[in-house]
Design a protein around this ligand. Structure first.
Ligand SMILES: Cc1ncc(COP(=O)(O)O)c(C=O)c1O
Length: 431
């Protein structure tokens, strides 16, 4: 077991009951009354949406549909005000300042924004980036893209990789080996999207030192564990609304205030994030106001209804309490783990199944020796049990479809009855 799992926060408590009434919570989500027989266990991929989110979006279209920040009439100023209300709610949620929160099209867009708005401008010939090939492609491919673009300018950027430990968090030894005085940025997950463990930011910060920029992919931690930018000691944080009961097509990027002077927009357009001096005949100068975050990185019309719909999602998570959500999913995961462990031929992926400490986590992945994973996934689908199979968007393909892992990922509205039924169906399939 790595040093980080030994001190992993998700392993330190022993959860014996849940503090969330999942049955009551489900009544707030219309999909569960329309599809009462579906067991939805793919929450790491996307979550279902409560009525409040759907109504907020519909209300915008039905009663005050207008562009924001471009006109002085009432609908437009209302849209601008609502955008800032969601930004403020997000800022409070992660203990940040509103001006450091950029709206993006989702986590993939946020992660590409870091690479293009910071990486392209600040990386120099010989600099090094560190990343883990078993992280999500959205967190690692943007750096290979930057490497490709900078190579055309004669700047060679080395990408050094570090590994996953057999238990499922990062292998700290490989981080120690890869870091050097040329390392400029390390990309990492907060909670791994297949292995489900807290990947231990503090340990990694200690190893790489304060001068290395850490880009944290918080897709799987947002809404599942408390994110406090004042304590995390990272430089960028990316996440999507749709994984926290919010709408699709919207996400956020938090930029540490210390870095704002290093940011140059890569997407230029409407809403004053850049200017051209047309008075200088023949040499029109492009300039940016770097004190103008978040507008600097929000060129063009934002996804206004989705931003408006995100606020009630944040409010729902706040009303449930992130610690209670973590406790609830951790409790269910523990039940799941103990039942799965008893099944013949089970082979757990790294993570809670291997380290045996499922408390507080919401993701577990596994496969069986004698049943191809895809066959099992199709069988579960025929029983209306929705789980994730396939390559899990990992940077490096670890297995083919047949022997890849099934991933079960839980959220606050999943119930003990669903876990029990899932185990019954699985048991039948194996016998
Ligand atoms: C860890 C992680 N990073 C990035 C992403 C990409 O998120 P999105 O598809 O919302 O851009 C996902 C989505 O599954 C993810 O799990």
């Amino acid at each position: 077991m790595s040093a980080s799992v030994a001190s992993n926060t998700i392993c330190t408590t022993s959860i014996t009951s849940s503090s969330i009434d999942a049955g009551k919570l489900r009544t707030l989500f219309p999909i569960f009354s329309h599809a009462a027989d579906v067991i939805y266990f793919d929450n790491a991929s996307t979550t279902q949406k409560p009525t409040t989110v759907l109504q907020a979006m519909e209300k915008f279209y039905n009663t005050s549909c207008a562009n924001a920040g471009r006109a002085s009439y009432q609908w437009s100023t209302l849209a601008s005000q609502q955008i800032e209300e969601t930004r403020d709610a997000l800022a409070k949620f992660i203990n940040a300042n509103s001006e450091n929160i950029i709206f993006t099209a989702g986590a993939t867009d946020s992660l590409n924004t870091i690479a293009l708005a910071w990486g392209l401008e600040n990386l120099q010939d010989g600099d090094e980036i560190m990343l883990c090939p078993e992280d999500h492609k959205s967190a690692i491919l943007p750096w290979y893209n930057v490497q490709r673009i900078l190579a055309k300018q004669g700047k060679n950027i080395a990408i050094k990789t570090f590994k996953i430990h057999t238990v499922g968090d990062y292998d700290l030894k490989t981080i120690k080996e890869a870091v050097s005085n040329k390392t400029k940025l390390l990309a990492m997950s907060h909670i791994h999207h297949v292995y489900g463990l807290d990947m231990e930011v503090p340990e990694i910060r200690k190893i790489v030192g304060d001068q290395v920029i850490i880009s944290l992919d918080a897709c799987q931690s947002i809404g599942h564990c408390q994110i406090d930018v004042k304590h995390l000691n990272v430089n960028f944080i990316s996440f999507s609304a749709h994984k926290m009961f919010g709408p699709n097509g919207i996400g956020a990027l938090w930029i540490n205030p210390k870095l704002t002077k290093e940011i140059i927009p890569f997407k230029l357009g409407g809403k004053a994030n850049a200017n051209i001096d047309f008075s200088a005949e023949g040499s029109h100068q492009l300039s940016f106001d770097q004190n103008n975050l978040p507008s600097l990185l929000e060129a063009g019309t934002l996804n206004i209804p989705a931003i408006i719909g995100w606020k009630p999602a944040i409010e729902l998570i706040e009303s449930l309490g992130v610690a209670n959500i973590q406790n609830h999913t951790g409790y269910l995961l523990k039940l799941l783990y103990l039942a799965l462990k008893a099944l013949p031929g089970i082979d757990f992926a790294p993570g809670p199944g291997v380290c045996g400490c499922p408390d507080g986590s919401s993701i577990i992945a596994f496969r069986f020796e004698h049943i191809p994973t895809m066959d099992l996934a199709f069988m579960l689908d025929s029983e209306n049990i929705y789980v994730r199979s396939g390559d899990h968007c990992m940077g490096i393909a670890k297995a083919s479809e047949g022997d890849a892992y099934i991933r079960v990922s839980l959220h606050a509205y999943n119930t003990e009855a669903e876990v029990k039924h899932f185990i019954e169906v699985l048991t039948q399939a194996l016998t």
